[in-house]
Design a protein around this ligand. Structure first.
Ligand SMILES: Cc1cc2nc3c(=O)[nH]c(=O)nc-3n(C[C@H](O)[C@H](O)[C@H](O)COP(=O)(O)O)c2cc1C
Length: 233
């Protein structure tokens, strides 16, 4: 069984839009020889990185000096062969989730090298992570709203020295529902999320067809803008 840790960065946790697509994705993985745990950072009371001097690299290699919820999270991240990071765009990220990303530094070794023209670190021995998957949910219409968070996930995978399994962006995610019920298009996105989980677990990547089904427009730009007038009340 492949160990998967999914980190859902939404402060709305199980009730949020992010959970609505992350959950079927990890179910697809669980049905494909994976053991999955999903966690929510703001249940762990994680403080920001505040030493400002990379103590976890140079003074106490591999150890963060802060004692808080990360003490419980480090073993989970270290044991995960696949790390699924899912976050809503929050200009750019929810705070507790950002704290987790910053606090991953102790898991990296500062043996810097150039890879593809960029200065990169790599993971410490004993950290099992081989692949990172990024899921981005956005409220606004176009996929480009997810670009900043996508780049954060891409850079993180490169700095950890792990394979980037996929970046999946779900734009105008609110259009998956109408009057609180999943629309037909929304149900297709849920099915694509589940299929993506199966493909990640079996092939280590997501096919262009499944990516297109996951990310496809559910309403036109004009319909989106017209509906948005109603949100002003
Ligand atoms: C503080 C904040 C900032 C946001 N900024 C953006 C944004 O810049 N672009 C965008 O497309 N959506 C933005 N959104 C919308 C969320 O990304 C979107 O509703 C997301 O699906 C929420 O996921 P959740 O329900 O799992 O928390 C923002 C939401 C909040 C609360």
């Amino acid at each position: 069984m492949t160990q998967v840790l999914a980190i859902n960065g939404s402060p709305r946790r199980e009730k949020g839009n992010t959970a609505a697509i992350l959950n079927p994705l990890v179910e697809g993985m669980a049905d494909s020889e994976c053991t999955v745990e999903t966690i929510y950072p703001d249940r762990y009371e994680i403080r920001p990185c505040d030493c400002g001097s990379m103590r976890c690299w140079y003074r106490s290699p591999g150890k963060c000096y802060i004692r808080d919820g990360m003490d419980d999270l480090y073993p989970k991240v270290s044991a995960a062969e696949i790390l699924v990071l899912a976050a809503p765009v929050y200009i750019p990220l929810p705070g507790a989730f950002q704290n987790v990303l910053n606090r991953l530094c102790p898991l990296m070794v500062p043996e810097l090298e150039m890879r593809d023209g960029r200065t990169r670190a790599h993971l410490r021995d004993g950290v099992a992570t081989k692949m990172l998957v990024g899921i981005v949910t956005t409220g606004w219409w176009e996929r480009g709203n997810g670009d900043v968070v996508s780049l954060i996930f891409e850079e993180l995978a490169a700095n950890l020295g792990v394979q980037l399994g996929a970046i999946l962006v779900r734009p105008h995610i609110g259009a998956m529902w109408s009057n609180g019920s999943l629309t037909a298009g929304g149900a297709d996105v849920v099915a694509a999320a589940r299929q993506a989980g199966i493909e990640l677990a079996t092939d280590g990547s997501v096919s262009p067809e499944t990516t297109a089904a996951f990310e496809r427009p559910l309403v036109t730009e004009r319909e989106y803008l017209e509906a948005s007038r109603g949100w002003l009340g």
